[in-house]
Design a protein around this ligand. Structure first.
Ligand code: ATP
Ligand code: MG
Length: 413
């Protein structure tokens, strides 16, 4: 049996490595250290949030062969906190150390076209779409959507429409490297679509039909190397300007039946990838009540941060457990929770004067838990931290979160 296929746990005292030094890596490092592991981070930025708190920090790019070799030398197992690491980097590491999730799973999450093909293969409904990689494909979509190469089979059309259903109005999304709504253009007409494709540099894209959303939700699943799967309760997410703003998790946060369907769909997606690690699956609930998968993230996710304070096992502990092949037990949410994202905008008063958000006043509210990522510079739209709010009931958690939002200058929800 090869080293990678061994089921032996990697015990505390060992070193866990992570590719990427952002806030997700930082919270992973904190959790791994709390459980008695040493940590190693690979990130070129000497002040990266995770690098600042890790035992070891390899300061190279993701593709630097020397840096990857050093991370492997330091680490007993490696994970990633960033889906846009080159799959080749994960493959290089996997030849030396156990790596989870696998490069093949990350490659699917990195590419919207592959991701959607995977949803279709798993029988999980996604938005009607077309792949646009060539001028011919663009012309075909514009002229006759039913003839467009890359159209999914009818079974994947959540609206039950015909394969020829028009994809406009739609959203053109670059196949790779998009996040927080970047790399997306909303288009109403064929002419707008052509201009949009030019504006993104004619890189491979998917055109998705614009769907009538009622709400958005997500599910975090963790799958062990032995196939055991556990999940966190389904999250209700509010986005503003393409960025997650608020996550609410408590009984009744979603319409009846949706949470169960979302958990089952998320598990199918993870199983289909033979996934090892923490996987976030994002969904849309449409106005007709149907559930449609949006995209996946092969790592802990912003919408799962509430689990740090509201669940007995957080998404970062699940990440540690899966990569270290420790047992997975079903997490239990012990408190209703609301998470507020703290964007850099909160560090600017009117007229752009810099300010410090009123932390003391916020923390005077019972059930507030502040998480800041140690980023040196606040910028508008930059994720600087989050506030988890827990309460004895959903009503109390919501009321406290609304009070905190008012103090911080976050619009009510
Ligand atoms: P993130 O990395 O923050 O999750 P992203 O850049 O990967 O975002 P998506 O999740 O694809 O982008 O889309 C961002 C938001 O745009 C969604 O959360 C949703 O609000 C809206 N959106 C995306 N696709 C559609 C669609 N087909 N119909 C309606 N709204 C959509
Ligand atoms: Mg998204």
């Amino acid at each position: 049996m090869s080293r990678n296929a061994s089921l032996q746990p990697i015990l505390p005292g060992s070193t866990l490595g992570v590719l990427g030094g952002g806030q997700l890596g930082r919270m992973f490092v904190h959790q791994a250290q709390a459980m008695g592991y040493f940590t190693a981070v690979l990130d070129a930025d000497p002040t990266s949030p995770a690098g600042l708190v890790s035992h070891h920090h390899v300061q190279t790019g993701y593709e630097d062969p020397g840096g990857l070799a050093e991370l492997a030398r330091l680490s007993d197992a490696v994970t990633t906190e960033f889906e846009n690491v080159p799959a080749a980097a994960l493959a290089t590491l996997a030849a030396l150390r156990p790596v989870s999730p696998a490069a093949s799973a990350v490659a699917v999450a990195q590419d919207r076209a592959q991701e959607k093909a995977h949803f279709v293969a798993c029988g999980v409904p996604c938005a009607p779409y077309a792949v646009i990689e060539t001028a011919d494909q663009l012309a075909a979509v514009s002229a006759d959507p039913s003839a467009a190469p890359g159209r999914p089979k009818q079974a994947s059309d959540p609206l039950g429409g015909s394969v020829g259903a028009h994809l406009l109005p739609g959203i053109l999304k670059t196949a790779r490297m998009g996040y927080d709504g970047k790399g997306q253009v909303r288009v109403k007409t064929a002419a707008e679509l052509a201009t949009a494709w030019e504006s993104v540099g004619k890189v491979p894209c998917v055109l998705e039909k614009m769907l009538p959303l009622a709400l958005e939700c997500s599910v975090l699943v963790a799958r062990g190397v032995d196939g055991t799967m556990v999940h966190l309760p389904a999250q209700h997410n509010l986005h503003r300007d393409g960025i997650l703003a608020v996550t609410e998790v408590y009984d009744g946060n979603l319409p009846p039946g949706i949470a169960g369907q979302a958990v089952e769909a998320a598990k199918s997606v993870a199983e289909g990838l033979q996934y090892v690690g923490v996987l976030c699956v994002e969904f849309f609930v449409l106005q007709d009540g149907s559930l449609v998968v949006n995209e996946i993230a092969p790592r802990p996710h912003n919408s799962g941060h509430y689990s740090q304070n509201a669940c007995d096992v957080s998404q970062f502990e699940l990440q540690v457990r899966t990569m270290a092949r420790l047992p997975l037990t079903q997490p239990r949410q012990h408190s209703p929770a609301v998470m507020l994202n703290l964007l850099g905008d909160l560090w600017f008063a009117q007229g752009d004067a810099e300010q410090t958000p009123p932390w003391a006043a916020v923390l005077a509210l019972p059930g507030t838990h502040l998480h800041l990522y140690g980023k040196r510079e606040a910028k508008r739209g930059r994720k600087m931290g989050h506030l988890n709010v827990t309460g004895p009931t959903p009503e109390v958690a919501r009321a406290t979160a609304l009070n905190a939002a008012a103090l911080l200058g976050i619009a009510p929800f």
